[in-house]
Write a protein that binds this ligand. Structure first.
Ligand SMILES: Nc1ncnc2c1ncn2[C@@H]1O[C@H](COP(=O)(O)OP(=O)(O)OP(=O)(O)O)[C@@H](O)[C@H]1O
Length: 233
């Protein structure tokens, strides 16, 4: 459904991601992993239109994303949950959610509350006063308000306790099954690969490994570099 071909992007004249090919199928969860500074966030920004692509193409359900505005890309069904959540802290949870429904579907609130019932009693609370985990739930719920075909989540687990991360990631399969495929950028490689069906490893701006997540979990390069498992003799 998402088909990225030869995508190169960066900041001004500085290229950060090079010649990336990547796909996400309908209702699929795909992980994008790699070290700090590899270009994962930059790639997501290029897909959601925050940055222009220098070359290459990205298509969502056969419609081009590259060359379009952030609004058009959102309208085509791409939601971006950025690193650090980026909620409006001075607005309530309800107001933040309604901002995610930017074109339609204010009635979606009930549906996202089914996924994240913890938010229901907090609808009238300021988003800035939520716990980190609740803020991440609110950011994901906001992204779901427009019923996107693809949700890109950048560093879901950042700054959250493992038990809270587990609570949030256990919702991702239902989100995908409900028709929103997920492209997950995640430092917690074990969690990401346990959840995803396929994964890509990005290093210094290039995809260096890809395949079924189970294969990458068993790959000695992934084990040594990302899972802290010492090389086997
Ligand atoms: N606004 C910017 N202007 C110029 N260079 C930037 C900008 N944002 C990021 N970069 C550079 O692009 C490179 C890739 O950064 P990016 O944030 O995409 O990596 P990342 O894989 O998401 O890393 P992290 O896991 O640390 O967030 C880095 O060298 C970074 O310094």
């Amino acid at each position: 459904m998402l088909e990225v071909r030869g995508l190169t992007a960066g900041y001004g004249r500085v290229r950060v991601v090079w010649d990336v090919d990547l796909t996400v199928g309908e209702r699929e969860i795909v992980a994008l992993i790699g070290p700090n500074g590899a270009g994962k966030t930059t790639l997501l920004r290029a897909l959601s239109g925050v940055l222009p692509a220098a070359s290459g193409t990205a298509m969502l359900a056969d419609r081009p994303l590259t060359g379009r505005s952030i609004e058009d890309i959102a309208g085509l069904g791409v939601a971006h949950v950025p690193e650090g959540r980026r909620l409006f802290p001075g607005l309530t949870v309800r107001q933040n959610l309604l901002l995610g429904a930017w074109r339609h579907r204010t009635a979606e609130i009930d549906r996202v509350l089914e996924l994240f019932p913890q938010l229901a009693p907090r609808l009238n609370q300021l988003a800035g006063s939520l716990s980190g985990g609740e803020q991440q739930m609110c950011a994901i719920a906001r992204g779901l308000m427009s019923r996107p075909r693809l949700m890109m989540i950048d560093e879901l687990s950042l700054g959250l306790a493992p038990i809270i991360v587990d609570e949030i990631v256990m919702r991702l399969p239902s989100i995908a099954a409900g028709g929103t495929a997920v492209l997950l950028v995640e430092q917690d490689v074990d969690t990401a690969l346990s959840l995803a069906s396929r994964a890509y490893v990005l290093e210094t701006g290039r995809i260096v490994l890809q395949g079924p997540a189970a294969d990458l979990l068993a790959d000695s390069r992934v084990q040594e570099s990302y899972l802290g498992i010492p090389p086997q003799p």
